[in-house]
Write a protein that binds this ligand. Structure first.
Ligand SMILES: [Fe+2]
Length: 306
């Protein structure tokens, strides 16, 4: 009998220790790492020969709710890096009242040349769901019963366009960054079937310093076409880098067709360079990040012959 009691006590102590470690991990992931922003910096030989260096700030996946003061202030502070071009690859909103706070976060960055595409989360408000389901299926299925967007994505787009930023949702366009011509093309979010590459298809202009492809979800079907059309630099978001990663293993799932190794950061995609942002935020219903700090990226572009 006394042996049985000792066994129960041991089990109780083990369960309590496991619960304490779990609670500490959750507190770290939701309070510390979720607000532990970092700016990743890269140099990329991607510009046309003879072009002057160009600094591109890549923002993505803020999933902003009005109370996220630390995120708003951190993004606003990125102005000090004086980017020549700002690119926002979508999922900026997570609340009906998030447009003004997001514009506040962009702040002086809006006075710089910019371009954007939308993600599904700019259009549809977040809903509670079991976060662990990402391990076995894509979240695109969650949108099948969502017909009418209920977030103010049009207002957000209008404000960014009013500032002079280029809407690249199934569109092409040109802009001047650092005094140099950038030929850009983008697609809307493939995660909810709104991408229409045919509308931007065709050889990228050869007379630009940079040919830039922009998309929310790094879906290989679209990346293949951007690369085949001659775009030099492809910018995407959506994956959150996995959001919850395992030490020594990394990203568990990408929530789209891209492979785990390219879930965030720089990689080659055929002749093109691909940068997938790990993103700034999280869904309000999965407010944790683990081994996957929230981020923005500063890409220092230099000529390919440098
Ligand atoms: Fe996202």
């Amino acid at each position: 009998m006394s042996g049985q009691r000792a066994g129960l006590r041991r089990f109780g102590r083990t369960a309590a220790a496991v619960a304490a470690v779990g609670a500490a991990g959750l507190a770290y992931a939701s309070v510390v790492e979720r607000n532990w922003f970092r700016l990743r910096r890269y140099e990329l030989p991607v510009l046309s020969p003879g072009a002057a260096p160009m600094r591109v700030l890549h923002l993505s996946d803020a999933h902003l709710t009005p109370g996220r003061r630390m995120l708003i202030d951190w993004v606003r502070g990125l102005e000090r890096y004086e980017p020549d071009l700002v690119v926002n690859t979508g999922d900026s909103l997570a609340h009906p009242d998030a447009v003004e706070p997001f514009l506040e976060a962009l702040g002086p960055l809006l006075d710089r040349p910019g371009a954007f595409v939308f993600g599904s989360n700019d259009m549809f408000s977040p809903r509670f769901k079991n976060p662990a389901r990402y391990l076995w299926r894509s979240s695109s299925a969650d949108y099948r019963d969502r017909r009418e967007p209920d977030l103010p994505w049009r207002e957000l787009g209008a404000a960014m366009e009013k500032a002079g930023w280029l809407d690249l949702d199934n569109r092409t366009g040109a802009l001047s960054a650092g005094g140099q011509r950038v030929a850009a093309a983008g697609v809307h979010d493939s995660h909810i079937g709104l991408d229409r590459y045919d509308e931007v298809a065709g050889p990228a202009p050869s007379d630009a310093a940079l040919r830039l492809g922009v998309l929310h979800s790094p879906e290989p079907a679209n990346l293949d076409r951007f690369e085949a059309d001659g775009y030099d630099l492809l910018l995407a978001g959506h994956t959150h880098g996995g959001q919850v990663c395992l030490p020594l293993y990394g990203t568990l799932v990408t929530n789209c067709g891209i492979d785990r190794r390219r879930a965030w950061g720089l990689s080659r995609y055929g002749r093109a360079h691909l940068h997938v942002s790990g993103g700034l935020g999280t869904s309000p219903y999965a407010p944790v990040r683990f081994c996957c700090r929230p981020e923005a990226a500063l890409l220092e572009l230099v000529p390919a012959d440098a």
